[in-house]
Design a protein around this ligand. Sequence first.
Ligand SMILES: Cc1cc2nc3c(=O)[nH]c(=O)nc-3n(C[C@H](O)[C@H](O)[C@H](O)COP(=O)(O)OP(=O)(O)OC[C@H]3O[C@@H](n4cnc5c(N)ncnc54)[C@H](O)[C@@H]3O)c2cc1C
Length: 313
Amino acid sequence: MRVVVIGAGLAGLMAAQELHREGHHVVVIDKGRSPGGRLATRRIGGATLDHGAQFFTVRDNDFDFHVQQWIKAGVVREWCRGFSQHDGHSRYIGVHGMNAIAKHLAHGLDIRCNTFAFEVTRNTNMSWSTKIDDGTVIQSDALVVTCPLPQTYSLLITAHVEVPEALLQCAYDRTIGLLAVLDSESAVPAPGAVQNPNDYLQIVADNYMKGISHIPAITAHFSPAFSEQHWDDDQHELHHLLVHHIEPWLGNARIVESQIKKWRFATPRTPWPQRIWQHESLVIAGDAMGGPKVEGAALSGIAAANAIRQLQN
Ligand SMILES: Cc1cc2nc3c(=O)[nH]c(=O)nc-3n(C[C@H](O)[C@H](O)[C@H](O)COP(=O)(O)OP(=O)(O)OC[C@H]3O[C@@H](n4cnc5c(N)ncnc54)[C@H](O)[C@@H]3O)c2cc1C
């Protein structure tokens, strides 16, 4: 089958890789500069910083199967088993940053980055036409859409498919992040992160202690309430405020370079109870279906591939 996957985040890449391996002709489209979506790693002034997902956990056996393969391939490793206290549950990271997982999954796939899908239509023979920003139309027998749901909604307006209201109205929490390169080691305690230390911070993670950056650099993610409240703040004032809030974890270090990163669709608030939503040869997937985390996105992608596979039977 010819399959178009919209979105090269973890859900889209998992679906695409499974289908590609089985011999289907898969094209993945993403508006971003490179694959990964919220599995994002950035280089600033010689430092490497994860600025989307910081780590992930594993509960499901299907996901564990893939994670063990990533570990064998040298792409993923265990970071720790808890932050302020050991709870025995492994926290995994990409050895060279979380985006390395996406790069690994992208291997061998036909991925078209910098490509915005802006319209999908269902043809009379149940196949799909996906129109991209240069006017090209890509035909496929099946379509997997893995964008955050508000973006999926605008894409599907022209498709004349009745998608449940509750699914498309899923709201997302926002996240404001601060990425800061330091001149010396931070005061973040071992093994390199503090979670929910107060009402406004979700996590402060040290990319140097985590082992992905050669020089000290921290990523701070602010809480949904704080991010909502300060989303439209003047950039200069916001920067000042963010730096003020991370000061306790700087110790004697000074910030040599920093960037603010805003995630508009960071976390789906009310995930759909099933891992995918399917109508004939259309599958909607992503972390809003499988659970608002790395594992949920992966499981939703795997479920999407299973659903497409069954179309042939
Ligand atoms: C700040 C932050 C911190 C997080 N921390 C953690 C964590 O520590 N642990 C954890 O487990 N999870 C964490 N998460 C959640 C985790 O990152 C996500 O659940 C997961 O990566 C989502 O994958 P996805 O494939 O569903 O979506 P995405 O990664 O968002 O992929 C969707 C893709 O669709 C593309 N797209 C959208 N519209 C279009 C269009 N019209 N045309 C073409 N392409 C389009 C986007 O560019 C994007 O690449 C975090 C998320 C954020 C934002």
